[in-house]
Design a protein around this ligand. Structure first.
Ligand code: ADP
Ligand code: ASP
Ligand code: MG
Length: 429
């Protein structure tokens, strides 16, 4: 079982489950930087060996070496800007094939029993949506049999096999989802995501050095932060963990420390108005100028994008004056040329004045469950940005999030100003 998607969760097995369990089953995922060189692969093997020596059963999931997936995409795109997605998956999946073999060899060199698995060998069964496949089912029996024999399975992240037997990939950052899905299928005691930061921070520590590591964060807030750009965890891995009750922890592969536990809300002590800030550089904005303000126009503009599989993110329709209005929306920067090509003829058909395009925009979001019980969070955000002279081009909100679209050059300034003004560098209020 274990189909992806959101759903109500069963009560979480306690945080202490891992410590109480004499012999825990742990899925450990190591990201690109953590397996970025031979020395780092050796230190991953040493870490796994230490956990096994404590009596735990381990399943290891690895990403490609840092930069490798981008390199592979570059090779394919050198042959044509839109490579066939089936073939691109064949190329991209080789990155993880290399690291599972190397990590298995490194473990064997330490005297441990280890065996590497491609996604299809496990088998991690997905739908056929190349480049963004979703996991339908995992056959965990083979891995359980290995564990019984003291063998450490080393599984390729990010990849699966379609119903017709083709290699699929799960979207960028998808090794996180592989790890959580395996943890769910194996009913693991914990899923540990080892990366190049020692946990989830109040914002990306690369942008704000004063960012603070959170001991815990709720599934709900982590899901929202990931979905608005905090790439420390792939969004679907958080959905999966919430749905299947997988205790999920983000830790450093370079240091020892408790990391950040992703947990249910009632277990999170503090509920500040804003728990975290995320940003997304992948936005592009299109504005259809002066279209008739009548029912059905929005659908006419967006339907062709939906049919072409282009996801629309923020949408703004201004109040109409004299029966006309402007219609603004954002898409992923990769989809920008295709979106422009689709929208321009519709704009002409609707008698619009034209389509304004801008792919130098970014989205900055504040997230916190405390927003539910506090008024005025959005207006405080707008004041902070206004005081910095930053203009907002679009706004979207959810119950626990406010996102604004800004000119790209203001990204760092906006994140730093918001982080300071909401008091995130100190213990939360
Ligand atoms: P991996 O290759 O291990 O999967 P990623 O690069 O995908 O690592 O994710 C880790 C990175 O996520 C960090 O280096 C950090 O820059 C970034 N990041 C963004 N937002 C956050 C956040 N709120 N907390 C921690 N890291 C964050
Ligand atoms: N190697 C893949 C990527 O770079 C998957 C991952 O790192 O999780 O997106
Ligand atoms: Mg990642």
């Amino acid at each position: 079982m274990c189909a992806e998607g959101l759903g109500g969760g069963l009560p979480l097995r306690g945080e202490s489950a891992l410590h109480e369990a004499h012999m825990a089953l742990i899925v450990q995922k190591f990201g690109g930087t953590s397996v970025g060189s031979i020395e780092r692969i050796q230190s991953v093997a040493a870490r796994v060996a230490r956990w096994q020596a404590q009596g735990h059963q381990l399943v290891v999931v690895v990403s490609a070496m840092a930069g490798e997936t981008n390199r592979l995409i570059g090779l394919a795109e050198a042959l044509g800007s839109h490579p066939d997605r089936r073939e691109l998956d064949v190329v991209m999946a080789t990155g993880e094939q290399v690291t599972i073999g190397l990590v298995a060899i490194a473990l064997q060199t330490q005297g441990l029993k280890a065996r590497s698995y491609m996604g299809g060998q496990v088998a991690i069964r997905t739908d056929a949506r190349h480049g963004k496949a979703r996991i339908d089912q995992i056959d965990a029996e083979g891995l359980l049999a290995d564990l019984e024999q003291g063998i450490i399975p080393v599984v390729a992240g990010f990849q699966g096999v379609s119903p017709s037997g083709d290699i699929t990939t799960l979207g960028r950052g998808g090794s996180d989802t592989t790890a959580v899905a395996l943890a769910a299928a194996l009913k693991a005691d914990e899923c540990q995501i080892y990366t190049d930061v020692d946990g989830v921070y109040t914002t990306d520590p690369r942008i704000v050095p004063e960012a603070r590591r959170l001991d815990r964060i709720s599934f709900e807030e982590m899901l929202e932060l990931a979905s608005v750009g905090a790439k420390v965890l792939q969004t679907r891995s958080v959905e999966f963990a919430g749905k299947y009750n997988v205790p999920l922890r983000v830790l450093s592969s370079f240091d020892d420390g408790p990391g950040t536990l992703i947990t249910y809300e009632d277990a999170v002590m503090e509920a500040p108005k804003v728990s975290g800030i995320a940003y997304n550089r992948d936005e592009a904005k299109l504005t259809v100028l002066r279209i008739p303000d009548r029912p059905g126009v929005g659908a006419e503009i967006l339907a062709p994008l939906g049919n072409a599989g282009i996801e629309v993110d923020m949408i703004v329709q201004n109040a109409s004056r004299d029966g006309y209005t402007d219609f603004t929306f954002t898409v992923h920067r990769n989809d920008f040329p295709a979106a422009k090509t689709l929208v321009e003829p519709i704009a002409a058909k609707l008698g619009a004045e034209g389509v304004l395009c801008d792919n130098k925009v970014v989205k900055v979001s504040i997230v916190g469950v405390g927003m539910r019980s506090h008024a005025g969070v959005a207006s405080k955000m707008f004041q902070i940005l206004g005081a910095e002279g930053i203009n907002m081009q679009a706004i979207s909100t959810s119950e626990i999030k406010v996102s604004v679209l800004l000119e790209e050059k203001y990204l760092e300034l906006a994140v730093r100003a918001l982080h300071a003004a909401f008091g995130l560098e100190q213990a939360a209020d």
